[in-house]
Ligand binder design. Structure first.
Ligand code: TA6
Length: 292
């Protein structure tokens, strides 16, 4: 069932399954704010200090980074950090597809987007909900007469009870850019050592060509994270205590309860010819606590 609602004054759509699984999406940024499973457990982290003012980026949930990731400016375009999709007003389809388990929001080029990115496009975000599973699909069509290039990240903030006891499996042996150590050298690569990834301090890494689903585990919880082949990269981000203290929209201990695992296309931006469409998705599937 789909309902128009609001959260802290922000218009939202709520999608709920009869068994109780529920996802809440703000029209501002098509930003997924919350995903709770039928057991009432919140699976995403939303900062209690997030700016919910209809203008600022929202800290937590699932920000959409489009048409660029971070501040890697695409040829000559003065795009803001992480692009503009996360700060634009999206619209929710009145007639929703998917037999009551999907919600679709849309964004098209406007005077505001053309002022910073001179391209014509139509984009959508579709949230598909099943028991213990959320899939987010981003689709974009070039409705103009010139090709354009873009990057994308679904910047998912997973909730964890304790980052110091959280592990991420599936990245061993992969090349990555360590943006903490080599912020000004994005071409430098390290190789992820064997074993589970653990978190002590700031982590900001972009992994290329991630071949298989990842698994996050923490006491009492676990999540399988998979993504479409069209999104080959994974970003893993946790600000750690020191950087967290510099973020005005995070509580001091916020870093301890979140881990961003982002499905992305960064290293080789996608080029879209006029009339062409492209889509990419990330899927989150809850693992039983006993499997975590
Ligand atoms: O995805 C990781 C990252 O690019 C980090 O470098 C960090 O800046 C983070 O995103 C959050 O960015 P934001 O603009 O939302 O504060």
């Amino acid at each position: 069932m789909l309902a128009q609602t609001s959260f802290n004054g922000q218009p939202c759509v709520d999608l709920a399954l009869p068994a109780g699984d529920r996802v809440r999406i703000a029209l501002h940024g098509a930003h997924v704010l919350s995903w709770t499973t039928a057991d009432g457990v919140e699976r995403l982290y939303l900062s209690p200090k997030a700016h919910l003012d209809g203008h600022s980026p929202i800290r937590g949930g699932v920000p959409i980074c489009f048409p660029q990731f971070n501040q890697r400016v695409l040829a000559g375009q003065p795009l803001p950090k992480h692009g503009f999709a996360r700060t634009q007003p999206w619209t929710a389809d009145a007639q929703q597809p998917g037999g009551g388990h999907e919600a679709c929001l849309r964004l098209a080029a406007s005077a505001a987007t053309r002022a910073i990115w001179p391209h014509e496009f139509e984009a959508s975000l579709t949230a598909s909900l099943e028991a213990g599973r959320l899939r987010l699909t981003f689709e974009v069509t070039n409705t103009g007469t010139e090709p354009f290039a873009f990057a994308l990240a679904l910047h998912t903030y997973l909730r964890t009870p304790d980052i110091s006891r959280t592990r991420l499996d599936g990245l061993s042996g992969l090349a990555f850019w360590d943006a903490v150590e080599h912020i000004h050298q994005p071409a430098l690569r390290k190789t992820q050592p064997p074993g589970l990834l653990a978190f002590a301090g700031e982590t900001d890494s972009v992994y290329e060509a991630v071949p298989a689903p990842l698994e996050m585990s923490a006491p009492g919880t676990g999540m399988r994270i998979s993504q479409s082949a069209s999104l080959p990269d994974v970003v893993v981000w946790n600000p750690g205590a020191q950087r967290c203290a510099l973020l005005d929209d995070m509580p001091a201990d916020g870093y301890a309860h979140m881990l961003c695992v982002e499905a992305a296309r960064i290293e080789s931006p996608q080029v879209l010819a006029p009339g062409q469409s492209w889509s990419g998705w990330q899927e989150l599937r809850v693992l039983l606590a006993s499997q975590a």
